[in-house]
Design a protein. Structure first.
Ligand SMILES: Nc1nc2c(ncn2[C@@H]2O[C@H](COP(=O)(O)OP(=O)(O)OP(=O)(O)O)[C@@H](O)[C@H]2O)c(=O)[nH]1
Ligand SMILES: [Mg+2]
Length: 397
C-alpha cells in the first residue's frame, strides 16, 4: 500500500529545572549561590529523506516525544540538552497544523522543519544573585515543550505526470520509457497507487521523473473511482502527459472527460501544459484523427506501447518539453539553506530560511511585525537567535 497522508502527534521535551544550590566547601561556612541552569528540552524535527517512498512508517507509530532537558546542579553545572527526535519523511511532504495552515513544505532532500520546539530551560539561582540579593533562595523551573497534532501530506515531485482514463496504457508507457515496472493488465484500475519512474535521456545527459497516477474517470474529483485520492500528486508536475486509447474514434471526448475532472479538482491543474499521447495505434489501420484546438496542448504524439512505434520520438521530445529545473541557488560560504516557513498562498512575499548560523529572510521584509513574528515562530526561531535581513544580522527579540 501507498500512504500519502498521516496524522501525527509531536511533543517536544520539557526544559530542565534550574538548580537552587549554594557552594559548600571546607572552611567556607557560607558559600554563595552556585545553582546551574537546566538544559533545554529536545525538539521534534521533520526532515526530508530522498530514500523514503511514502508515509507508511507513520502507520505503526504516530506519537513522538523528545527528551526533557536535564536539571541544573551545584557548582554551576548545566543540565544536559534534551535529545532531538528527528522524523524522516519523503521528499515532497507538506506539513499542516490543526487549522489546516501550511507550516512547511519539505520539497528538497534534507529540508527540515522544527515541528515542536523544546521547552526553555529554567535558570539556576546563581543567575539571580545581585549585590543586594546575595543568596537567592529560588530557581526557575523549566517550561514544557511545544505539542502539536500535524497532518502530513505527500505530494510527489515529478517533472511530468501521466493522466488518462483507466486502461489507456499509462503504465505501459512508463514501462517503455523508464526504469519503473508498474503492473500492466487489461482491466481498469490496475494501478492502485502512484508510481515514480526515472527516465534517462538518450545521450545520458539528464534524467526526468515521471509519475504514473491511477486512472481517472468521470466524477473522480468527487471521489468516484480511485483518481481523486491521487490528483494531489499531479500538483507538482510541470507537464501532464495525457494518454488516450486511440482504438476508438472519440479521443477528443475522452480528453474532455479528464479535463473536467482536473478543473473540478482545482489547484491550477486545468491550466497545466499538456502533451497528448494517442496510444495503441497498432490497433488502427489509419492514423487517429485529433484536431483539438487548445493552447495548453503543446504536442500530440502517436505511439504504440505494444510495438514500440513512436516511443523513442516521444521520449526524446519529453526532454525538450521538460526543461531542466533551475538548479538550487548555490550555497554561499558553505551555508545550507532550508526552507522552513512559507506563508500561505496569496501572501507569498517572503520566506524564512534556516542557515547553520540561524535564520535568513528572503524576499520583501513584511511590514506587519506580527506576521514576521509568527513566521519566525513557525520556523522554530527562538529569542536570541540570529536572523539575517538584507545582509544585516539582527538578534531576535
Ligand atoms: N494493443 C495495444 N495494447 C496496449 C497498448 N498499450 C497498452 N496496451 C494494453 O492495454 C491494457 C491497459 O494497459 P495499462 O498500461 O495497464 O493501462 P493503464 O492506463 O495504466 O490502466 P490503469 O492502471 O487501470 O489506469 C493492457 O492490457 C495493455 O497490454 C498498445 O499500444 N497497444
Ligand atoms: Mg496503470
Amino acid at each position: 500500500m501507498f500512504h500519502d497522508r498521516a496524522r501525527i502527534h509531536v511533543q517536544a521535551g520539557r526544559g530542565g529545572d534550574g538548580s537552587l544550590h549554594f557552594r559548600r566547601e571546607k572552611h567556607v561556612p557560607k558559600g554563595g549561590p552556585d545553582g546551574g541552569d537546566g538544559g533545554p528540552g529536545g525538539d521534534v524535527v521533520l526532515a526530508a529523506d530522498p530514500d523514503l517512498r511514502d508515509l507508511s512508517a507513520f502507520r505503526a507509530k504516530r506519537r513522538f516525544k523528545a527528551a526533557s532537558g536535564g536539571p541544573g546542579r551545584g557548582a554551576l553545572k548545566h543540565g544536559a540538552t534534551g535529545e532531538t527526535v528527528e522524523l524522516s519523511v519523503p521528499v515532497g511532504t507538506q506539513v499542516f497544523d490543526e487549522d489546516g495552515q501550511l507550516i512547511a513544505d519539505l520539497a528538497t532532500p534534507g529540508a527540515r522543519v522544527v515541528a515542536a520546539r523544546g521547552g526553555i530551560a529554567g535558570r539556576g539561582n546563581k543567575r539571580f544573585a545581585t549585590p543586594t540579593r546575595r543568596a537567592p533562595r529560588f530557581a526557575e523551573t523549566g517550561l514544557p515543550g511545544e505539542e502539536a497534532t500535524l497532518d502530513l501530506r505527500l505530494k510527489l515531485l515529478a517533472d511530468a505526470a501521466l493522466v488518462g482514463l483507466p486502461n489507456a496504457g499509462k503504465s505501459s508507457l512508463l514501462t517503455r520509457i523508464s526504469n519503473a515496472k508498474p503492473k500492466v493488465a487489461e482491466y481498469p484500475f490496475t494501478t492502485l497507487a502512484p508510481v515514480l519512474g526515472t527516465v534517462d535521456a538518450p545521450d545520458g545527459s539528464r534524467q526526468l521523473t515521471v509519475a504514473d497516477v491511477p486512472g481517472l474517470i468521470e466524477g473522480a474529483s468527487e471521489g468516484v473511482g480511485l483518481g481523486h485520492e491521487f490528483l494531489a500528486h499531479l500538483e507538482r508536475a510541470n507537464l501532464l502527459l495525457h494518454v488516450i486509447d486511440s482504438a476508438e474514434d472519440d479521443a477528443a471526448e475522452r480528453l474532455a472527460t479528464i479535463d473536467r475532472e482536473l478543473a473540478a479538482y482545482g489547484a491550477g491543474l486545468e491550466r497545466r501544459p499538456q502533451a497528448v499521447v494517442l496510444n495503441k495505434i497498432d490497433l488502427r489501420t489509419d492514423p487517429p484523427a485529433f484536431d483539438v484546438d487548445d493552447e495548453r496542448i503543446v504536442r500530440v504524439f502517436h505511439v504504440s506501447c505494444a510495438t514500440g512505434a513512436g516511443v523513442d520520438e516521444f521520449k526524446r521530445a519529453l526532454f525538450e518539453l521538460c526543461p531542466p529545473r533551475a538548479p538550487a541557488a548555490p550555497a554561499e560560504d558553505g551555508l545550507v539553506d532550508f526552507l522552513v516557513y512559507r506563508p500561505r498562498p496569496g501572501g507569498r512575499r517572503f520566506r524564512i530560511l534556516r542557515t547553520d548560523r540561524g535564520f535568513r529572510l528572503h524576499g520583501d521584509v513584511p511590514a506587519d511585525e506580527d506576521e514576521l513574528a509568527a513566521a519566525l515562530e513557525a520556523a522554530g526561531a527562538r529569542k536570541g537567535d540570529e536572523i539575517e535581513v538584507e545582509g544585516e544580522v539582527f538578534e531576535i527579540q
